[in-house]
Design a protein around this ligand. Structure first.
Ligand code: TNX
Length: 674
């Protein structure tokens, strides 16, 4: 049968928000554009919005649901004739959609013979807002007159320059010694990959301006000094990264002066002396919800370096996928890296019926780690445990207690997604996995997640309940058993502090941390890793994603903190409240100015600040089903975060940032239509 004979379908989805005064309802309209009637079929959709398990559905029924994957069946004997539309209305969403990317963004029809036919899906529309839907990075035009005469992001500590010479066509770095040579090589490769036709690095025979590079004493690790003169430039620093940063600054100055000669100069004399405000200037990328290939990750790292960002937190596993090759357990990637119709992991978050996904081979990881290190970036891998493990458990079902009964659900609607903290099997498998990872990642910091374990986790596992009885007492174990099959968290992550789940998780964390410490590694964890106060503060780093106050409190308890408050530093959050903006909104909205001017340590005491390692933005990828959405959500907020991490607060200026950020590269080159 040909595809046309089987039918052709179109799905339009529509949300009626409560603000209209009507009852909130999500409707899905499937049109049969083919020339054949269909009967005995179902419709599957995926996209961030989740239909609540308890939702009532008009026009059909919800026959299967896994997180945001939903399968609907029409009433019995229903036939969808050519040209006709089947309408479903769901009353009851796990959270109310707020942006066009919240709704279904992929779908397919499953015919009576179980074959899947892709459906053309239009972006979800909302009543009361018909503004054109946006994608692509917002363009920041470079003004004729900028607040400064040189284009540098993030802004340096001191810029004392004067005069101007005609900007040369490129730079000709002349390193003294091997370390400086490595910095020059890294810069040449970086400039070539980011701006291939500009010839930023070129020999003197092509007009390259001489730049001497030397390692000197008396510099902090990432600091550098540039001295300008009309005949040549010198850069000095204490490390390879310091020299690289000096070259990046100079490259930015040159690009600005060449591309916008009315606005920016190439200085004739003077100095730039620079050093970062914070040590940890991080970016987290979730490659589980959407997959980004090695080439994309590599180019993203180059953009990080151009922003002087120095930590890449690589979120390699989650409920939706497992992305790293582990020799001992090939099933992790054979099963866990792929989603599709009929697979153990169904289409989710906009993936369609076809098999999609991928993973990083060990060779690919080594390539990324080597590139990162040449760019001054430390790679921090994350394997998210004991929660967020649906994909891992699909691949290695033995990680569940075989006697476990009933179900518990995560905030994202995954059932039974936690590794059992009581069984030896769990530790045997995890230690093997971590050993393979430690070999791949020289950073010696392994992030183990520890976020969002559901309140009901392990409430149907006899071994877990027995352990809880032994360590927490009868009342706690009995209360925990009562949580089985109770859906607690459809509207936000459970607060589990003090619960049986937290007590069991603490046992798990203490043991995993001790193992990692025995391998010489620092344990990274989201702030929930502090529950139970069991992890060794001298060998851990926590990532505070809730409020500024909550992170301050943890710093006060002595935890080293990287702060990434969700309401501003989660780049999956939309730029504004408008439906036409892509992104999520559960933690808030933040436009570039809000992110730039936000003080992540407001109200912290000096003692608390001693435990501040730095700042990080997090790119959770649920809504980033198309690359234009990625560019819109990530840029220029990534550069705004970079300046928060690098530039001392008193030297920050949003007006300056706004004038300069248009010169910064974006990943996919997709700009909004203006
Ligand atoms: C919460 S905060 C998560 C992630 C989601 C993110 C979406 C945290 C550590 N976990 O699993 O992707 O929200 O914004």
């Amino acid at each position: 049968m040909t595809k046309t004979a089987r039918g052709k379908f179109r799905l339009e989805t529509f949300w009626i928000p409560a603000a209209t005064g009507e009852a909130p309802v999500y409707s899905l309209a499937l049109t049969n554009d083919g020339d054949q009637p269909i009967a005995d079929f179902t419709l599957c959709v995926s996209g961030p919005a989740r239909i609540d398990p308890a939702a009532s559905v008009e026009g059909g029924q919800l026959v299967a649901r896994l997180s945001n994957h939903a399968e609907f069946a029409p009433p019995e004997d229903f036939v969808l004739q050519p040209g006709e539309i089947w309408i479903l209305k769901a009353h009851g969403m796990s959270y109310h959609p707020k942006h066009w990317t919240d709704g279904a963004n992929a779908g397919y029809v499953v015919l009576a013979d179980r074959t899947a036919v892709p459906v053309e899906v239009a972006p979800t529309l909302a009543k009361g807002d018909n503004a054109a839907l946006t994608r692509g990075a917002v363009v920041y035009p470079v003004p004729k007159v900028a607040p400064v005469t040189v284009s540098i992001v993030p802004w340096p500590e001191t810029v004392a320059i004067s005069g101007a010479i005609a900007p040369p066509p490129g730079l000709d770095p002349r390193p003294e010694g091997a370390v400086a040579g490595a910095a020059a090589d890294a810069f040449a490769a970086l400039a070539q990959a980011l701006f291939p036709v500009e010839g930023l690095v070129r020999p003197v025979t092509e007009g390259g301006f001489p730049v001497s590079l030397a390692i000197n004493d008396g510099f902090a690790p990432e600091s550098y000094k540039i001295r300008f003169s009309a005949t040549g430039i010198s850069i000095a620093a204490g490390t390879r990264t310091g020299l690289l940063y000096g070259l990046i600054t100079l490259g930015q100055v040159l690009r600005g002066a060449r591309q916008y000669p009315e606005t920016f100069v190439f200085p004739a004399s003077g100095e730039i002396v620079d050093a970062p405000a914070l040590d940890w200037r991080g970016v987290h990328l979730d490659v589980a919800r959407q997959f980004y290939g090695t080439a994309e990750v590599a180019q993203f790292l180059r953009i990080l370096a151009w922003n002087k960002l120095n930590r890449f937190h690589w979120h390699l596993s989650d409920d939706e996928a497992w992305r790293v090759e582990i020799d001992t357990y090939p099933a992790l990637t054979e099963v866990g890296a792929w989603r599709g119709h009929g697979l153990k992991i169904p289409p989710l978050l906009g993936s369609g019926p076809e098999v999609t996904g991928g993973y990083y081979s060990k060779a690919a990881i080594r390539e990324i780690v080597t590139l990162a290190s040449s760019l001054g970036i430390m790679v921090v891998p994350e394997i998210d445990v004991p929660g967020h493990c649906y994909a891992m458990l699909q691949a290695i079902p033995e990680l569940r207690d075989p006697d476990e009964v009933g179900s518990y659900y995560s905030v994202q609607g995954f059932p039974d997604n936690c590794l059992n903290p009581v069984r030896e099997e769990t530790y045997r498998v995890l230690e093997t996995i971590f050993d393979e990872m430690i070999e791949l990642f020289p950073s010696k910091i392994i992030h183990i997640g520890a976020d969002e374990v559901p309140l009901g986790a392990w409430s149907g596992s006899p071994v877990a309940l027995a352990r809880l009885r032994a360590v927490g007492g009868d009342a706690m174990a009995d209360a925990h058993a009562e949580r089985l099959n109770v859906v607690t968290n459809t509207h936000g992550a459970d607060e589990i502090d003090g619960s049986g789940a937290a007590v069991l998780q603490a046992e798990f964390l203490a043991r995993i941390q001790a193992f990692l410490a025995s391998r010489g590694c620092v344990t990274g964890g989201w702030q929930e890793a502090a529950h139970g106060n069991v992890i060794d503060k001298t060998r851990s780093t926590l990532f505070g994603w809730r409020t500024v106050e909550a992170s301050a409190a943890l710093a006060g308890e002595g935890y080293d903190m990287v702060v990434c408050p969700g309401q501003v530093y989660y780049l999956d959050m939309a730029n504004s409240q408008a439906w036409s903006e892509p992104g999520a909104s559960w933690a808030g909205w933040s436009d570039p100015e809000k992110l730039y001017t936000f003080d992540p340590v407001e109200g912290w005491s000096d003692a608390q600040k001693e435990h501040l390692l730095g700042v990080q933005c997090c790119i959770w990828s649920e809504p980033m089903t198309d690359r234009g959405v990625f560019d819109r959500l990530v840029f220029p907020r990534l550069s705004a975060l970079a300046e928060t991490g690098w530039t001392q607060p008193e030297r920050k200026s949003f007006a300056r940032f706004e004038a300069l950020t248009g010169l910064m590269p974006i990943l996919y080159g997709i700009y909004a239509e203006v």
